[in-house]
Design a protein around this ligand. Structure first.
Ligand code: AR6
Length: 179
């Protein structure tokens, strides 16, 4: 566990659809119409009303974030953000877009009064963003966000990792940045 100002940053191993945080983040695609990976799991757990709601939103650009109700999920809200598809030849652009996905999701959570939020490891599955590189960007982005917003209403931010390898990568990146 790390702390930046009044916000706790934690890492868990588990399934984000079970998170009881005010908001969970979905590693979506630009259509916002569902897909595989964590996106598929969130839509299955939330029920068909989520897809109907998403269909009214007109999609979402990479790195931006849009909020919906959580419907049948324990979380009140889902914040949908398409992360970048990894491209080695556009690595720095991908880094910036991944940062935007986390930063903008935190801003949207804040605008909606959330105190707790859970993130999956955006872009490191089907979108093939290198895991260690992503984890370092996430640690840097959380530090940047909470340093710029010391009065944030977000009390706890949790990275929910689906496998041990992902958990270790975030544990290492957070230890290097925060300890
Ligand atoms: N809880 C937490 N993490 C999960 C869960 C879960 N239930 N299920 C998978 N993960 P991915 P991306 C992890 O592929 O790379 C979709 O088709 C997974 O192990 O879900 O951003 C979208 O529609 C990995 O660590 O997202 C897009 O088209 C992480 O979540 C595309 O995939 C992200 O893997 C987005 O690809």
């Amino acid at each position: 566990m790390a702390r930046i100002g009044g916000t706790e940053i934690t890492i868990e191993l588990g399934d984000i659809t079970r998170s009881t945080t005010d908001a969970i983040v979905n590693a979506a695609n630009c259509t916002l119409l569902g897909g595989g990976g964590v996106d598929g799991a969130i839509h299955r757990a939330a029920g068909v009303k989520l897809l109907a709601y998403c269909a009214t939103l007109g999609g979402c650009r990479t790195g931006e974030a849009k909020i919906t109700p959580g419907f049948k999920l324990p979380a009140k809200y889902v914040i949908h953000t398409p992360g970048p598809v990894w491209s080695k030849s556009h690595a720095e652009r991908c880094d910036a877009l991944l940062r935007n996905s986390y930063f903008n999701s935190l801003s949207v959570a804040e605008e909606n009064g959330c105190k707790t939020i859970a993130f999956p490891s955006i872009s490191t599955g089907i979108y093939h963003f290198p895991l260690e590189r992503a984890a370092a960007i996430v640690a840097k982005t959380f530090a940047e966000y909470f340093t710029a917003n010391p009065e944030s209403c977000l009390e706890r931010v949790t990275m929910v990792c689906f496998d041990a390898n992902t958990y270790s990568a975030y544990e290492k990146a957070f230890a290097e940045r925060f300890d």
